[in-house]
Design a protein around this ligand. Structure first.
Ligand SMILES: Cc1ncc(C[n+]2csc(CCOP(=O)(O)OP(=O)(O)O)c2C)c(N)n1
Ligand SMILES: [Mg+2]
Length: 449
């Protein structure tokens, strides 16, 4: 994302004179959440800064860039800059020595396993072939969901936090981690520690920093995931692979799912059914989630057939209210008219509720599924689990249907799963946004919890 803003005139930067919209240092503030932030001190600097931004977008770890233009530079004549072409930058290739070392370890492995993250989704076909060549089970982070189709016999899903999956990872003798931070929101969502990789760890990442964070590897390779996976495949295919125990791989994954499925609690099952009902009606939907109960459940239980269909803010920085503006952005960015669904709780929605009016204004037919449990349930659960008397979590919730309608958005409260299906179909046919409210208690009752 390229963010361009204005800022005080050059002579006033950091002046502290109380000018309109003044900040002590806007660029420093933005630099904290961007790859870099640049203050344009003359129009002539622009091609150079844009070249830096687009070099990063093409070949680096994706992150936003901020350019601020002082008010007096904003009015400079920039006609002379028209027509400058961006430089095309190739992504980092795979160093042959590291590829050889990795391929040797993978070929000799008796129980290889792959951990793939959002950084690897463009390498889906190559990684699928790599997994199949090795018979290696594949765990996906939340951002990588759909990289292997749901029915793939080697798919572990995104269950890395669970005891049975941890045992499988701990049993692997060689682990290839590709395009993943190996960070807690994917590997330890309960913050209990204990995700261990005792086998030889091989890491591939576009960002050198990320190849050594959290879990130091035996071999590290800075490379584009697709190029690296292709190079590993070519190296592995150049010699016959030694035979390995067929029980590892697909059989182990079958056993894992047999262990995991009965372990979901009733709420998780009911919320998963909610998500699968949505996907059954809207199979091509992109689901953009906030930090709400069905999203946490889906992070764990849901496997999808296509990548880039499941985004949410319950991982990483995890701020409430993200899902509605992000869903609007996803619909505009997707550009193919296919449905985008926003999954958000009654707490989260109150952080960005007026964005419904933005969707009305921009005629974005985002489908907002409001999961209403009249409070900050996620936080309440932590309090109850620690025997703390719940405080500040049973929040006031407004009449969302009334608010949505007042903002010009279609809205209805659903009475059950059949009603949800008809409401989704109607929403998908609309030109503008729809808010569909699901009462958690009602849903749980209907699906037998
Ligand atoms: C801006 C912000 N404030 C607080 C939190 C902490 N937090 C995480 S989940 C949550 C509860 C959210 O409630 P709701 O959206 O209703 O979802 P529920 O868990 O009830 O389904 C809170 C307060 C946060 N992630 N972001
Ligand atoms: Mg809630």
């Amino acid at each position: 994302m390229l963010v361009i803003s204005s800022v005080q005139s050059r002579s006033q930067l950091g002046g502290g004179r109380g000018k309109l919209h003044e900040l002590p240092n806007q660029s420093a503030m933005m630099a904290g959440v961007a790859a870099f932030s640049h203050t344009l001190m003359s129009a002539a600097e622009l091609p150079g800064v844009l070249a830096r931004a687009f070099a990063l977008f093409q070949a680096g770890r994706p992150r936003p860039v901020h350019i601020e233009i002082p008010l007096d530079v904003l009015v400079e004549n920039a006609d002379a800059l028209l027509g400058s072409e961006p430089v095309s930058v190739a992504r980092a290739g795979a160093a042959p020595s590291a590829v050889k070392q990795m391929a040797q370890l993978l070929a000799a492995a008796k129980r290889p396993l792959i951990l793939a993250g959002g950084g690897a989704i463009d390498a889906a076909p190559e990684l699928t072939r790599l997994a199949e060549t090795l018979g290696a089970p594949v765990a996906l982070t939340i951002n990588a969901k759909g990289m292997l189709p749901a029915s793939h016999p080697l798919l572990i899903g995104s269950t890395q936090t669970l005891v049975a999956t941890r045992a499988l990872v701990a049993d692997a003798d060689v682990v290839l981690a590709i395009g993943t931070e190996l960070a807690e929101t994917d590997y330890d969502v309960t913050f209990a520690g204990g995700f261990e990789i005792p086998g030889a760890l091989l890491r591939v990442d576009i960002d050198a920093d990320q190849t050594v964070r959290n879990y130091p590897p035996q071999v590290a390779l800075v490379a584009d995931a697709q190029i690296a996976a292709e190079a590993l495949l070519a190296e592995l295919n150049s010699k016959p692979l030694p035979a390995r125990n067929p029980a590892w791989g697909a059989e182990r994954v079958t056993r894992l799912w047999a262990d995991l499925a009965p372990s979901w609690d009733a709420a998780t099952r009911a919320q998963t059914l909610f998500l699968t009902t949505v996907l059954d009606e809207l199979p091509d939907a992109v689901l953009v989630g906030d930090s709400t109960q069905p999203v946490y459940s889906g992070n764990l239980t849901l496997n999808l057939d296509h990548p880039r269909r499941w985004f949410n803010s319950s991982t990483g920085y995890g701020t409430l209210g993200y899902a509605l503006p992000a869903a609007i952005g996803a619909w505009l960015g997707r550009g193919d008219g296919q449905p985008v669904v926003c999954l958000i709780g009654d707490g989260g929605l109150q952080f960005s509720l007026p964005e419904l009016a933005s969707a009305v204004e921009a005629r974005v037919p985002v489908i907002v599924l409001l999961w209403n449990n009249q409070g900050y349930e996620e936080i309440k659960k932590y309090m109850v689990n620690r025997a703390i008397e719940p405080v500040g979590v049973d929040i006031y919730t407004p009449d969302f249907i009334g608010v949505a309608k007042a903002l010009g958005c279609a809205a209805e409260r659903i009475q059950g799963s059949e009603h949800l299906r008809t409401a989704l179909r109607a929403a998908a046919d609309r030109q503008g946004p729809t808010l569909i409210e699901i009462d958690q208690g009602l849903w749980m009752k209907e699906v037998g919890v």
